[in-house]
Design a protein around this ligand. Structure first.
Ligand code: PLP
Length: 276
């Protein structure tokens, strides 16, 4: 693991480095990105930086220069030789009073890279009873306030699944704890629209662009009639679902297989991954 924190590579990547008053630590006042690193090159970095800026503005954090983030990215990737890695960029309000108020902003910027293992081709998923709030202040933002996802994912792991999926307050399908959901009904590939409150996933956006799907919001029960389901995310790419709660599905089905093949070839073909 390599860590860059506010301009410095840390000698000990897991040693103490932040003040205990960091608002990201005390109240989850921060934003982040998780980026795949393929043979030392971050995948779709520009798209991730755009979403990071969207989250920065949404949370009202002090402005952040892309150039500063790219400096951290370049620093952690120096000498990083693993074929597959996961990079995390975290930006928090930094040192602040102990309550919810921020005081004088002194933001913290951190970039970390570590090795990552490829995911299985298919997986199992449960739905959880807690709703995503599509009308909340944090809807659609990638913030470090992720404990709701932690609780839901722990429930999934207890039940032998690798992902937990939420409906929103209207009872419509929303997203997983760290993934977007695609499904096939009557031969048509569908995914929730951003109005559902789901994160605007980079993988989701590229699947819509490269393969195509209809964005539609409908009750989560529609998945009971789906012939195929797949998850999409930075760490999963296109991952078929072979069990949805108690229901077994053939996976990967034909649409999932085709979407995954399209993903693999477009990902490999892209001439300038840094600019995507
Ligand atoms: C809540 C949530 N939804 C969806 C995604 C998928 O987004 P991406 O494809 O950009 O990884 C993530 C990724 O971490 C996430 O945390």
């Amino acid at each position: 693991m390599r860590v860059w924190l506010d301009g410095q590579i840390l000698a000990d990547p897991t040693g103490p480095a932040l003040p205990v008053t960091d608002h990201g630590f005390t109240v989850g006042d921060g934003v982040f990105e998780a980026i795949k690193v393929l043979d030392g090159v971050p995948f779709a970095l520009t798209r991730h930086l755009e979403r990071l800026q969207f989250s920065v503005r949404g949370l009202g954090l002090p402005p952040l220069e892309d150039a500063e983030v790219r400096k951290g990215v370049a620093a952690v990737l120096e000498g990083f030789t693993a074929p597959l890695g996961r990079m995390r960029i975290t930006y928090t309000a930094g040192h602040a009073p102990l309550g919810s108020g921020r005081g004088e902003p002194q933001p913290t910027l951190c970039v970390v890279v570590d090795e990552m293992s490829p995911q299985a081709e298919t997986t199992s998923v449960i739905t959880v009873p807690w709703p995503r709030n599509e009308r909340g202040a944090l809807a659609g933002l990638k913030t470090t306030s992720y404990a709701e996802n932690v609780v839901a994912l722990a429930r999934a792991h207890e039940q032998g699944a690798s992902e937990a999926v939420f409906a929103n307050l209207q009872g419509h399908l929303c997203e997983g704890t760290g993934s977007n959901v695609f499904y096939v009904v009557d031969g048509e590939l569908r995914t929730p629209s951003l109005a559902s409150g789901c994160l605007s996933g980079v993988t989701r956006a590229l699947i819509l662009e490269w393969y195509g799907a209809r964005e539609v919001d409908e009750p989560i029960e529609v998945l009971e009639a789906a012939s195929e389901i797949f998850l999409a995310s930075t760490t999963r790419d296109v991952q078929g679902v072979h069990r949805w709660n108690d229901r077994e599905l053939p996976a990967p089905g034909p649409v999932t297989r085709e979407a995954a093949a399209t993903w693999r070839s477009r990902e490999a073909e892209s001439p300038d991954p840094l600019r995507r």
